[in-house]
Design a protein around this ligand. Structure first.
Ligand code: GLN
Length: 512
């Protein structure tokens, strides 16, 4: 048998049921890998005692034949999900001592189904970012080395940066905001991890690290107990090595929750049953507006390959138009900061977390928020407050909302015309270097989300599937966008792409 941590989530699930190994063995194998990979900074809190206790209970249920769908399967949890009795920080200083007295609905459903928590995972502060560099715990290092670096060089440079306490500049970012989740799955530090996606935070890091990730339809998963960024855009979703694994995890994560009035009261299908179905006759839309200026030849070529694979599998390829695409990014960077400024008003030094005293209450607020939030979060709060202020509200916020409606309508018209899913690249480039885009111009970073934000603005499901390697050998992903609440079609077509693309391989274990 290959090493347990090389298996997919489905293989682990099946191996546990078949009693080929125990949850305790599996959990220990991952805890051991996590310890050796501390240099990657993927986990911000390891919870080994809890993990082993959960694994022991899972093993007892497996022995009695009372296994849940994820019985004994270890997972990593993005630190945006509240976990009862376990520190939850959103990777911000302002709540870095917060220990919730409640469990998020999504994670409680994972535990209900038998999963085991390995620990809490790094992310951009309050999920704002595309590179995991805004985390108060420091950046996550991608397990994929920059082109032409040997394993030996990677190991030495990381050890040197860690010893000197300097930023691991030059290493690759895993993407963001769920960068730790993506890195952890890609480095085999868990077979699956939770993420959240407000503008691309599941799909972009999945693409950068050569794994699969799905943002379900808005309303598919409960947002209850997830630290809020932009409430009308935020959705939880899974990361895993394969599309099948994502289908298995989403089944447990999804479902109606009376505690979140935006979660839909719809039955959750058996997503795994969608894997392996034929794509024959499916209509795949190719939106011409996604052929953006300056798109690199390799991304274009990857997209074309995806089109060819699906055509060869019997799908009908149809060029479509989503004419308001070019307004999506600017509109997103008004709507998301507006909601962020409102949501983050609660971190005032009175009710939660860090408090920095002042002579009077306003000064206490100011001192607390100045010390507690990082630069990117402050930038978002300032933009959001500005676009919501009297005098600018109509000019910015209301216009952005109107654009949002038009973007949504573009998709509705395409689907009304018989399109089953839309195929696009997941990102405009492969992963970039730590420090490379975190400089003076934040728009550089925002451009990463050009293919993903439309999906959140329209509330639709989107999946990123590993589809190839760049000329320099870095992972690239394709994105499929589906009809509302039709994640099944994305799993079917995503699996077909994954099969056609074949394995991208995995990063060498240079960090251990
Ligand atoms: N990168 C985008 C942003 O910074 C999206 C983040 C996310 O989806 N949470 O807002």
């Amino acid at each position: 048998m290959s090493h347990i941590t090389d298996l997919t989530l489905a293989e682990i699930r099946d191996g546990l049921k078949a009693k080929s190994f125990t949850s305790a063995e599996t959990t220990k194998a991952y805890l051991d890998s996590i310890e050796k990979a501390r240099g990657l900074n993927a986990y911000v809190l390891e919870t080994p005692d809890r993990a082993l206790a959960m694994a022991a209970k899972a093993d007892a249920r497996l022995a009695k034949g009372e296994a849940g769908p994820l019985e004994g399967v270890p997972l990593g949890i993005k630190d945006l999900f509240a976990t009862e009795g376990v520190r939850t920080t959103a990777c911000s200083h302002i709540i870095d001592n917060f220990v919730p007295t409640y469990e998020s609905t999504v994670t409680s459903q994972l535990w209900r189904d038998g999963a085991v928590m390995l620990g809490k995972i790094n992310n951009d502060e309050f999920a704002m970012g595309s590179s995991n560099e805004t985390s108060a715990f420091g950046p996550v290092v991608s397990p994929w080395l920059p082109p032409n670096w040997s394993a030996e060089q990677g190991k030495e440079k990381l050890a040197a940066a860690r010893a000197a306490g300097t930023a691991p500049n030059g290493f690759l970012v895993p993407g963001g905001s769920s960068g730790g989740s993506a890195a952890a799955v890609a480095a085999r530090l868990c077979p699956g991890a939770t993420g959240t996606d407000t503008g691309g935070s599941i799909r972009q890091p999945a693409a950068f690290t050569g794994i699969a990730g799905i943002k379900p339809t808005y309303g598919r998963c409960s947002r209850w107990g997830i630290v809020a960024f932009a409430s009308s855009l935020d959705q939880a979703g899974p990361f895993a090595q394969t599309v099948r694994d994502c289908a298995i995890m989403l089944k447990s994560m999804a479902g109606h929750d009376p505690k979140d009035t935006t979660s839909m009261d719809l039955a959750v299908p058996d997503y795994e049953a969608a894997i392996g179905k034929s794509v024959k006759g499916k209509v795949i839309g190719i939106p011409k507006e996604y052929r953006v200026d300056g798109m690199s030849a390799e991304i274009d070529a990857l997209w074309q390959k995806g089109i060819d694979w699906l055509r060869d599998a019997g799908a009908e390829i149809r060029e479509i138009s989503l004419p308001h695409t070019k307004y999506a990014l600017p509109a997103y960077y008004i709507v998301a900061p507006a909601e962020c400024s409102s949501n983050l008003a609660r971190y005032d030094g009175v009710r939660y977390g860090e408090r920095v005293a002042g002579r009077e209450i306003t000064e206490l607020y100011e001192n607390t928020r100045a010390a507690g939030f990082g630069d990117e979060v402050k930038r978002r709060i300032l933009i959001g407050t500005y676009v919501l202020s009297a005098g600018y509200y109509d000019a910015y916020y209301v216009r952005a909302q109107k654009i949002r409606t038009l973007i949504k309508r573009d998709f509705e018209l395409a689907y009304a015309d018989g399109v089953d899913a839309i195929l696009t690249p997941a990102t405009p480039s492969p992963a970039f270097g730590i420090g490379e885009k975190a400089g003076a111009d934040p728009v550089e970073m925002y451009l990463n989300d050009v293919f993903t934000v439309t999906v959140n603005m329209a509330g639709l499901p989107g999946i990123a599937v590993p589809a190839g390697l760049s000329n320099e050998g870095l992972p690239l992903g394709l994105q499929l966008i589906g009809r509302a609440f039709d994640e099944e079609t994305l799993f079917t077509i995503g699996h077909a792409i994954e099969q056609a693309a074949g394995s991208l391989g995995k990063p060498q274990n240079w960090w251990a």
